[in-house]
Design a protein around this ligand. Structure first.
Ligand code: TRP
Length: 373
């Protein structure tokens, strides 16, 4: 059967059928029962869970069993530096911060600065190391608890990580990576090895603490193939299989595809000025509105395909506000230009604060770097 979408760690394109992906990847849908169970501990349910933006998981019930037995987990997520941060990147991190606060747990944040160097022809190691810092400022700006957050940078923490990575690598064959990632014989051998480096932070805290600690990895769904491969390996090394939470992708401004950092017009960067944000949304945001104002008033717009509305479901926390926007757009009371203005204000309000915090973050980076004492 031909599919009209692709989801791998290196390529996401097309109109993604998430239900199909759950079956294909062998994960579980997040259901109401699990939400209730999470709520017992967090007291509230984050809007990204309520709205099914985080929609899939592995082993969350096991993780909560352990948590309820006072066996606390740590969080692990990451970012492969390759360019500036856009709003789509922030989605899993905003949620990760909420998890850190609610469960009061440690977060290990990996910056594999070799990944995109190995996988892309047009990036030097200097480039990715430059972007590591640029990207780290955005992560810090989100307000992660500095005492409980540890940055791991593959080329900086190589001494610590390599020892563990080779244990992983020894248990993964070339044919396994071929099957999981579609690698072909012309792939460079650094790229083939890479998945072992991404596996390490899922158990490194256990190595350091000299005891087995459960791990929870919040991530974009495209990252799951790495952990599908490494979950088995991690148990063979004597550690717990990491649990996972998966989120959907923020669609591109211009249509239903994932937002791509390499296409200017489809993404809004955290460093964009208010004018740039306004222009991009006015010019590119795909609209579910009608041809003319008259027709729009009469027949109403279609929020389900309208990208400004879709973006607000990722960014506007207030359910009531969102519902009103949905109904007003559908009835024709709200015009496309007005809907776009709501989104522009929302993003510019957020970025104004974020950019201030991002400036401050430049002095804080060292405090977030993991130091093995
Ligand atoms: N490979 C991810 C990227 O392309 C970065 C990453 C490293 C990551 N470790 C992770 C993402 C763990 C999610 C969870 O950005």
């Amino acid at each position: 059967m031909k599919k009209d979408f692709v989801v791998t760690p290196w390529e996401v394109k097309g109109d993604i059928d998430y239900d199909k992906l759950i079956k294909e990847f062998g994960t579980q849908a997040i259901d109401d029962k699990l939400l209730e169970r999470i709520k017992k501990h967090t007291k509230e349910i984050h809007y990204m869970l309520r709205r099914n933006i985080f929609f899939s998981h592995r082993d969350m019930n096991w993780l909560l069993d352990e948590y309820e037995k006072k066996n606390k987990f740590f969080l692990y997520t990451g970012r492969s530096p390759s360019g500036n941060i856009h709003l789509g990147h922030l989605v899993p991190w905003i949620f990760t911060k909420w998890l850190q606060d609610k469960f009061d747990v440690e977060l290990w944040f990996q910056f594999p600065d070799e990944e995109k160097f190995l996988f892309k022809d047009n990036l030097t190691l200097d480039d990715t190391q430059y972007y590591f810092k640029e990207n780290a400022y955005d992560v810090i700006a989100l307000g992660f608890n500095q005492k409980k957050t540890h940055f791991l940078v593959d080329t900086i923490h190589a001494n610590l990580m390599y020892k563990e990575a080779i244990k992983v690598a020894k248990k993964i064959t070339f044919s396994t990576t071929k099957a999981a990632f579609g690698f072909t014989n012309d792939m460079n051998i650094g790229a083939i090895f890479y998945t072992s480096m991404q596996t390490v932070p899922a158990f490194l805290p256990s190595v350091i603490a000299k005891k087995n600690i459960p791990c929870l990895i919040p991530m974009g769904f495209d990252q799951d193939p790495h952990f599908r491969v490494s979950r088995d390996v991690i148990t063979k090394l004597g550690y717990y299989k990491p649990a996972a939470l998966h989120c959907r992708f923020l669609p591109a401004l211009s249509g239903p595809m994932k937002m791509s950092a390499s296409e200017e017009s489809t993404a809004i960067y955290t460093t964009d000025s208010p004018e740039v944000v306004e222009n991009k949304i006015k010019k590119y945001a795909f609209s579910g509105g009608r041809e003319t104002i008259k027709e729009h008033r009469k027949k109403g717009g279609n929020p389900d395909i309208d990208i400004s509305y879709q973006w607000l479901t990722f960014l506007e926390e207030d359910d009531k506000k969102l519902q009103n926007i949905y109904h007003d757009y559908k009835s024709g009371a709200l015009l496309t230009s007005e809907l776009k203005q709501i989104l522009i204000n929302k993003i510019n309000g957020f970025l104004k604060e974020h950019q201030k915090k991002r400036e401050k973050a430049k002095k804080q980076l060292d405090k977030y770097m993991f130091k093995n004492r």
